[in-house]
Design a protein around this ligand. Structure first.
Ligand SMILES: *Cc1c(COP(=O)(O)O)cnc(C)c1O
Length: 386
């Protein structure tokens, strides 16, 4: 079978794939079907948090599969409860709803905010404010939340009740709150797909204050930035705010599908029986996998993430072909002098897999990528940019 031809014939054409077929990997190294080795600086878009085929993760998954792979949410399972407890302890949030993806986590977060506002302020208070240039997912509701018009084209009508304001513009946010009946404000504190941009602390703290004053639900989308990626368990923790709702997914289960809505004190009991649900949500295998990841995101690991981050910032800031370095932790964006597609191609040729975000090169390596591999990859990237 020719995987390229078969894929092109039978898979819906939503993805512009690179001409590489990955066969296997170990940690931060992957191999294609011809045996060519690559350093993985994308980790499946921030998903394989501890790399490919990680031992502890594998053992957790295999052990759970041997016990029970799925039972539905009609029954209790240990891994689901244990993961929820761990997440709450590490975030200061109070209760968790599990789904299967980032978009679903955001859907759950939006439903939570709308229900809270409907009960508290009346059903006409349903507007959710998000930021321009944001990305919140591909379902019709999370597309409506996504502040990038080109994703909306030809899919209208989207779910009503979403407006977008410019990032880092507190006055515009205040005005939008004044002029609408606002249920919630949702934002990524580090915009990922929008170009790896960390929001200004003043803006984030100002929005948090505004939400508190007006009893507006503050939703932080940590789908990409969460679970250690930023050098903090959740990126919002570095801003000194406490959101009402946090959504997360990507890296949480280290490579199995999962999404989580974390509910804070104010909204912990907003969902009652029947308000929300998911067949696969809280799947015991995904939850067991996630426990094996979250247990290892401790102070030592986070410190290592921050150290690796400083190494990359230092290296790239003095590189000739790179004009700007953005992001936080191991979520990094590079503005390159050469067109980003050219840089990406050159890196690939030379055995390093990277991502892009808008016109930037985006790096999301595994949190535990060994320093020698990180250095090797950084050298290839610097060279490709020059
Ligand atoms: C990837 C992403 C999503 C969507 O997650 P899916 O699992 O693809 O549905 C939502 N928000 C942010 C910030 C993301 O990076």
């Amino acid at each position: 079978m020719n995987v390229f031809d078969t894929d092109k014939e039978y898979i819906a054409s939503t993805y512009k794939r690179f001409p590489i077929a990955i066969e296997k990997g170990k940690g931060s190294e992957v191999y294609d079907m011809e045996g060519k080795r690559y350093i993985d600086m994308g980790s499946g878009i921030g998903v394989t948090a501890f790399g490919i085929a990680d031992e502890k993760w594998q053992q957790a998954v295999i052990a759970q599969i041997a016990k029970v792979q799925h039972m539905s949410n009609l029954y209790y399972t240990e891994s689901c409860a244990k993961l929820a407890e761990l997440l709450c302890k590490k975030s200061g949030m109070k209760k968790v709803f599990f789904g299967n993806s980032g978009a679903e986590a955001n859907e759950g977060a939006i439903k939570a905010a709308r229900k809270y506002a409907a009960e508290k302020k009346g059903e006409d208070t349903y507007t959710i404010i998000t930021l321009e240039n944001s990305f919140h997912g591909r379902t019709l509701t999370t597309l409506a939340a996504t502040g990038q018009e080109h994703f909306h084209e030809l899919f209208k009508p989207l779910t009503p009740g979403f407006i977008h304001v410019p990032a880092n513009d507190l006055e515009a946010m205040k005005k939008a709150v004044e002029n609408n009946k606002v249920a919630g404000i949702m934002m990524e504190v580090i915009q990922g797909e929008g170009g790896v941009k960390a929001l200004d602390a003043e803006f984030v703290q100002g929005v948090a204050k505004l939400c508190k004053e007006q009893d507006i639900v503050l939703i932080i989308d940590e789908v990409q930035s969460g679970n250690g990626r930023s050098g903090y368990m959740y990126a919002y923790q570095s801003y000194g705010i406490q959101p009402d709702v946090v959504s997360t997914a990507k890296g949480l289960a280290g490579g199995l599908p999962i999404g989580a809505v974390l509910l804070g004190e104010k909204l912990k009991d907003v969902f009652a029986y029947g308000d929300h649900g998911s067949t696969f949500g809280g799947n015991p295998v995904s939850c067991a996998a996630a426990i094996s990841i979250v247990e290892r995101i401790d102070d030592k690991l986070l410190e290592e993430v921050r150290e690796k981050s400083s190494y990359l910032f230092d290296t790239f800031e003095k590189a000739e072909g790179i004009t700007a370095v953005s992001g936080m932790g191991l979520m990094i964006g590079l503005t390159t002098k050469k067109p980003v597609s050219e840089v990406l191609g050159k890196c690939m040729e030379n055995g390093v897999l990277c991502l892009t975000a808008k016109d930037k090169l985006r790096l999301l390596p595994a949190l535990n990528i060994p320093m020698p591999l990180l250095k090797e990859a950084a050298e290839v990237i610097v060279k490709a940019c020059s």
